[in-house]
Ligand binder design. Sequence first.
Ligand SMILES: Nc1nc2c(ncn2[C@@H]2O[C@H](COP(=O)(O)OP(=O)(O)O)[C@@H](O)[C@H]2O)c(=O)[nH]1
Ligand SMILES: [Mg+2]
Length: 244
Amino acid sequence: MNDVTFIIPAYNEEKSIENPLKSIADNFPESKIIVVDNNSIDKTLHIALRYGAQILYEFRQGKGHAIKNGFKNIKTKYAVMLDADNTYDPIEAKKLIDLLKKNKADVVLGSRLNGNRENGSISTFNLFGNYLLSLTASLLYSKVSDVCTGYWAFKKEVIDSILENGIDSSGFELEVEMFIKIYQNNFKIIETPIKYRSRLDYPKLNSIEDGWKIFRTLWKYKIMSPNNGTNKYNVTKKAYGRET
Ligand SMILES: Nc1nc2c(ncn2[C@@H]2O[C@H](COP(=O)(O)OP(=O)(O)O)[C@@H](O)[C@H]2O)c(=O)[nH]1
Ligand SMILES: [Mg+2]
């Protein structure tokens, strides 16, 4: 997949980042890897360099800032965003990218909530929060099962459009902001189920604080934006069923 760049936001993930990097290097040796670091003080960068990743330094803390920086450096036709925490299996990127290549959509979300979750990978509290946020996104915009997933595949034109619209989010509101802007720009979004594994290092997300920010962001764009709910596509997941 020489037409794909993997973009990995990373903040102090020395215990986790090697697994996804190794898997990408083994399975997609022709793909490019960008790791966007935010002031990590551990061995994250050292490990990323060993796998030939391009390192971007983003000094403004937060996943939103990191991804914005990464997006500006995407040169390939497709990009895959995934976490450095070993929760997502890079092998599944093939499935997401194939859907883009077959023109089934412009953006594919890997749904953890429709997929197979390893025991202990997500707490009951976080699971409930994720259902609630996805339900809110479905009611305000378009039906989606897992709007906060960190596993996304994009066509380059969608990334260009996101950058043109601007990314306001500094942190974990990033995913809902992208979902809303992609939807409002009439791109087609679909979901496909993915596996979700337990993270190896400590979580960077604060469930209550970040969950509340994400909820407010969902409403903010509903109130602010002029073209609410005009997308001719609905987020579709049915066609791709559960993984066997
Ligand atoms: N560059 C950067 N990455 C971050 C920051 N905060 C979190 N991340 C990364 O973003 C990804 C998602 O964070 P995580 O704590 O796993 O959130 P969760 O998956 O929503 O629970 C991980 O790869 C983190 O290392 C940050 O401030 N800067
Ligand atoms: Mg994660």
